[in-house]
Write a protein that binds this ligand. Structure first.
Ligand code: TXA
Ligand code: MG
Length: 326
């Protein structure tokens, strides 16, 4: 792990961070809220490495950081209200959830397969790096899952250390609290996470009421991506054999009985690499879902490392569909 001080060496920090991200590396970066664990949002394996480094047991959707509104508009569909909010509060600690733009280059692991994307243009070096790369940057807080978010480079060194390729020290974060997350709806704003830009401020500026999600509300909470993301074809997990008319989601080098019966088979990682498997998961589920198979049979995935998140995702996709959340 390398540490670069962005205050004394801003050019070096910018160039090194961009170079590392370009080749799929993980870089801890300062923002005005908390330090982020960044990867190129268009590179599935790099994004999968974020989850592995954080030890996240689930693929929660990640915030995508952009250089400006123009880049944001290449990733998401901005309603007039979403645009108004971006113009007012960017760069700054506001994340705006908008519909994902069709055919945009963001890897589906970033939005956990949701049809929406959380976008934010932070102050400081992250926007400059996104501009240099001309690509959005996915970054959750740079801490082990379940622990407190880092507000100084030293926190990241102590917590993630060698799991990160590069840490950019930009001094302490001025806000110190994760960004406010807002989702503009037809006539209201949905406040998904409170932060330093307050509900009152948003209501006053937008002239619209600000609502909080119901505790059992669908979609908004990461856990609810489930029903949203389940394929139409039923899934059969831990399959030891392929049955007639099934599609096969394979994993690893091991053969499976009756593989020839599969309408289509895709292997998440022929070498059994969980990072590669995670980056292929959503895309392969989508492809297999189009086959018109009776079932998608899934070979067992080990429950170690990223396997826990992959299995979490698979078991949600295989769960009976909840009609309220369709
Ligand atoms: O201040 C911040 O926002 C920091 C810095 C690094 O930018 N980032 C951060 O990211 O806090 P993270 O991954 O720890 O939190 C992302 C939050 C999660 O609660 C997730 O559920 C929500 O954003 N989120 C992401 N995409 C979403 C979407 N499409 N719809 C609803 N919520 C979403
Ligand atoms: Mg976090």
């Amino acid at each position: 792990m390398i540490l670069i001080d962005a205050i004394s060496e801003p050019e070096k920090a910018l160039a090194s961070a961009a170079a590392k991200l370009e080749v799929g590396g993980l870089v801890a970066l300062p923002t005005e809220t908390v330090y982020g664990l960044a990867a190129d949002a268009t590179n599935g394996e790099a994004v999968a490495r974020i989850f592995a480094a954080k030890g996240r047991p689930q693929f929660n959707p990640l915030i995508c950081h952009v250089s400006d509104l123009e880049m944001a508009k290449r990733c998401g569909e901005f309603s007039p209200m979403a645009e108004k909010l971006a113009e007012k509060f960017w760069p700054g600690p506001l994340t705006i959830v908008v519909p994902l733009k069709a055919n945009c280059s963001i890897h589906p692991l970033v939005s956990a397969g949701l049809e929406t994307i959380a976008l934010r243009c932070p102050r400081g070096i992250v926007g400059q790096i996104a501009d240099k790369l001309q690509r959005p940057i996915a970054a959750p807080s740079a801490n082990t899952s379940g622990t407190i978010s880092p507000t100084a480079a030293q926190h990241v060194v102590d917590d993630l250390g060698a799991k990160v390729d590069l840490i950019i020290d930009g001094a302490a974060c001025s806000v110190g609290l994760e960004s406010t997350i807002v989702k503009p709806l037809n006539n209201t704003l949905l406040l998904l996470r409170s932060g330093s830009i307050t509900a009152e401020e948003l209501a006053e500026f937008s002239g619209r009421p600000v609502e909080r999600p119901q505790s059992d509300a669908a979609i908004e909470a990461p856990g609810m991506m489930v029903s949203h993301y389940a394929p139409k074809t039923p899934m059969r997990l831990n399959a030891q054999r392929v049955e007639q008319d099934e599609a096969l989601l394979a994993f690893g080098p091991g053969p499976i009985e009756n593989a020839g019966a599969a309408r289509l088979q895709l292997n998440l990682s022929p070498n059994g690499d969980l990072i590669e498997a995670a980056s292929n998961l959503y895309d392969y589920m989508k492809q297999l879902d189009k086959e018109g198979a009776c079932t998608i049979a899934v070979q067992p995935i080990p429950q170690t490392g990223l396997g826990e998140a992959i299995n979490d995702r698979l078991s949600r996709a295989a769960a009976p569909k909840d009609e309220d959340h369709e």
